[in-house]
Design a protein around this ligand. Sequence first.
Ligand code: WT7
Length: 635
Amino acid sequence: MSQEISNLGEMEGEVYWPAPEVTAAAHVKEYEALYKQSLEDPEGFWAERAEELEWYEKWDEVLDDSDAPFFKWFVGGKTNIVHNALDRHLTTYRRNKLALIWIGEPGEHRTFSYFALNRNVSRFANVLKSMGVKKGDIVTIYLPRIPEQMFAMLACAKIGAAHSVVYGGFSVESLAERVEDAQSHVLITADGGWLRGKIVPLKDIADEAMARQPTIESCIVVRRTCQDVYMEPGRDYWYDDLVGLPIANTKCATEPMDAEDTLFVLYTSGTTGRPKGVVHTHGGYMVFTHTTLKYVFDIRDEDRWWCAADPGWITGHSYIVYGPLLLGATSFMYEGAPNYPYPNRWWQMIEKYGISILYTAPTAIRGLMRFGEAWPNRHDLSSLRLLGTVGEPINPEAWRWYHTVIGKERCPIMDTWWQTETGGFMITPLPITPLKPGSATRPFFGIEADVVDDDGQPVKEDEEGYLVIKTPWPGMLRTVYKDPDRYREQYWDKFETMYQTGDSARKDKDGYLWIIGRMDDVIKVSGYRLGTAEVESALVSHPDVSEAAAIGLPHELKGNAIHAYAILRDGLEGSDALAEELRNHVGHEIGPIAKPETITFVDTLPKTRSGKIMRRLLKARALGLPEGDISTLED
Ligand code: WT7
């Protein structure tokens, strides 16, 4: 191995070497050889990883690629992710170990051992069963960041139902269209959630969504903020009342599932139209989240792991709920805003609860960085061992601040690149990897990633191209819910045997990957994924707007911000007041994160002769850049 080490010594650019004590303690002590081996025999590699978990029945085949791109993993195997995330811990010392430490924004805290978590999940599962929820159903969950969010997800999985979690920051139309697509009969929500000292009125939003999509027969309401909410007799039930019923006892068998049975559907924004339901399974997703979290964040029993995302996004599904529980880890969860009531809220909690690993997004780091070092410096952050980031490229300035001010130059930063579709980390350092600020470094084991041109040929060193994945992996999405054609078109049609990520990237001389950004009409706003099409359709749902276009432009804190252009109906004139009304309308339909930064009233929009809006041109004009090829522009 000495040769590799000396090679690495000649690495290009700004490189941070892991401290010897970090390397010595890491689960994985060497990357190159294991990576090579994992690509030579991916099925062998993944089979070994799957052996680390429990199966009711072992699989017959690790990978079935006979119907590619509809890959199947651990075919014939029977398990349930909840068996591995909860049940199997209950007969070990982990029974009494904390699974979750939860802090509410107003300051309450609640903790759950694995034993207690299991009681809550089992009760909830029995309630769902009594409502007729069964295998094959999709339950929609629309909750704030509270423990019941975790209970609800696990309760569904335990009885073999799939969940569809809708982020609590989404609003009426986003919720309604997801309920409709999933044809959910049961909705789980709360009276409200706390954010920056204010109540987010989740039940009111849910009521409006249910009025638009009447498929919901039963709505379970968790009491969180305790204000009065409308409760429709025969449809709406308080969670507290239900789990107090004799039916809600704490014994509930975990349903054996086929490895390929659906665990959840999670809607995410795509290039066009409505969000698509990304489908993940019990078997492959379980193996993938377990392995990636174990190797990348090197989870140990004594760790206190804090993934500061929301369970409503894939980051929370994989690394707040499933991954940590599969590993028997202790997770920390905080309900509210990072700077509420003061910008030291996070740092104070890291000190008080002895957090050892913090995983967050560049936008949060930039947001906290702007308050200055004095806030973190008031706190003892020495419990931190590793740091992580996800969601968008991290600018080197934020990386260095995170590394120096938060990690005191001791904690390696895991910049993890992945997607809702990938289920878990795909391109990521390990604690032993030499780091370059702004690069997600190298692919995870079993993953072959490359940067290619339009014909699928690898581009030259340092040249920009399409980021593709050349190998199937257990955590990959299986399809788009109810729309296999869209799955094929979106991810496989362009390069056939390679998965198209939608991102552009470049690879440097050391084989390090640098993600540049989305190449499609997806915008990452503060790390949240939104589609221009959704913002546009929200705008045209306002009676005054006849046409609209949305684009993303660089923003110092948010990474990207949405800017919109609107053509008003005949005879109407734009004003600041109308622009504000439209912004609020988008907020009401999709959610506050989707509110455009600016709305410009225009008479026409640049379109191709076939009628497609040329967002690229709008963007170039807004940034004062050359307009590029405009031969397809209609007059
Ligand atoms: C898109 C996927 C999966 C976690 C949360 C986002 C961007 C994600 C990174 C990173 C640069 C990143 C990509 C990707 N992205 N992580 N470390 N560096 N870009 O999941 O909402 O499905 O978004 O987020 O553009 O395609 P998502």
